[in-house]
Design a protein around this ligand. Sequence first.
Ligand code: SLL
Length: 162
Amino acid sequence: QKRVKGVSIFRPFVYGTTAKPFDPETNPKPEGTPADHTHSWTVFVKGVDDTDITYWCKKVQFKLHESIPNPLRTIENVQPGEAYEVHETGWGEFEITIKLYFVPESQEKPQTIYHHLRLHPYGNTEAEKEAMKTAPEIISWCYEEMVFNEPYENFYDVLTSP
Ligand code: SLL
């Protein structure tokens, strides 16, 4: 197996969280949700504009706070263009560990990223924070690029075949 020398391939993706406070009108609490839970939320990894990432990313593991049942969630076998995601409910913010696993052709080790689950309005300025108070959802998304330096030839073919 040879590496393609002098080549770096970048593949963009988006990861982050989306949270919504429970509200009888707009976001009713599902039956059986613990009384102290205030929000529903989602953490995800996906392609930009829902483009496919499954040809390079084959599995994503989300490590949630220990207060949540089964905090280690493994998502795989998603359809091309579908997000790797976990839906939960809760009351508090915390740091989520997101581990991306690559297709076997890559022979790459998994990569870990960290993301703070946001349930409440935030921002660097008061104005940013104010704007979020009227938004229906608290969105905290990051755009990122996975860089594959000198990929193996097989993997290079996978990455560059249309
Ligand atoms: C805090 N350091 O105190 C954080 C911890 C933990 C959030 C937040 C529990 C959900 C469940 C939940 O929301 N934990 O019981 O399933 O703010």
